[in-house]
Design a binder for this molecule. Structure first.
Ligand SMILES: [Zn+2]
Length: 234
């Protein structure tokens, strides 16, 4: 399978589904990790341009650790907007270029706007990508791709219906997250959290729910054309 994972910011995928992505790669699937924004507005010490360059490099390294390909939409933090036709075209083209069999993205009820807007963009544009007369210069995708929503931050307001055992890859997941060195500092200073410790606690919590050491929780998008009889997650 080709798996397209789309997070709002560099580090979201690592926190919320990094173990599952590492397992997909290990089991022979192709994974593209795309973050919508450049991560360019979270710093007390750098300019936007500086922090975008740093975080792009960190995200590239994180994807490399699990063997995934890396992409970004190049948007600015706090400006992800599902109603913006230019952003819609970017996501249509992302889907047309990667031609995924499965998409993983944010649950549309997470804690900040960019997460919810990119969730909406992915939902809308993975459908629009199949329309031959929505012209972007790239061939239309041939199927409306199943979507799995990943967990919210600390699981708030999210009820998983499927779990992926990430016990074997929890250290890979931690290494992917630790590649985001600048973000670890930012989250400590801005939000008062050790994000690696928080990720381990959340993965442990989901693990306890399904009887393994560490797990990640997901919920399928079950609108028409998205359902399948096959288990798509590892
Ligand atoms: Zn985020």
């Amino acid at each position: 399978m080709r798996v397209l994972a789309v997070g709002a910011h560099p580090d979201d995928l690592e926190i919320l589904c990094g173990g599952t992505l590492a397992r997909f790669v290990r089991e022979g699937h192709e994974v593209v990790m795309c973050h919508a924004t450049l991560g360019d507005r979270g710093s007390f010490v750098h300019t936007s341009e500086e922090v975008a360059a740093i975080r792009g490099e960190e995200a590239r390294r994180a994807a490399e650790i699990c063997g995934a390909d890396y992409a970004t939409l190049g948007l600015h933090d706090a400006e992800v907007n599902a109603a913006d036709p230019a952003q819609q075209r970017l996501v249509v083209d992302l889907v047309r270029e990667t031609r995924p069999d499965l998409i993983i993205t944010h649950y549309p009820g997470d804690y900040m706007g960019d997460h919810n807007e990119i969730s909406r963009l992915v939902f809308d544009c993975s459908f629009h990508a199949t329309l031959p007369l929505y012209e972007t210069g790239k061939a239309h995708h041939t199927a409306v791709t199943p979507i799995y929503y990943m967990d919210t931050l600390m699981g708030l307001g999210f009820e998983p219906t499927e779990y992926v055992d990430v016990s074997d890859v929890i250290d890979t997941k931690a290494a992917m997250l630790e590649a985001h060195e600048s973000q670890l500092v930012w989250l400590r200073e801005h939000d008062g959290v050790d994000i690696v410790e928080q990720m381990r606690a959340a993965s442990r919590f989901r693990g306890l729910q399904c009887g393994v050491s560490y797990a990640e929780g997901f919920a399928p998008c079950l609108t028409w054309l998205r359902g399948t009889t096959r288990r798509l997650l590892p």
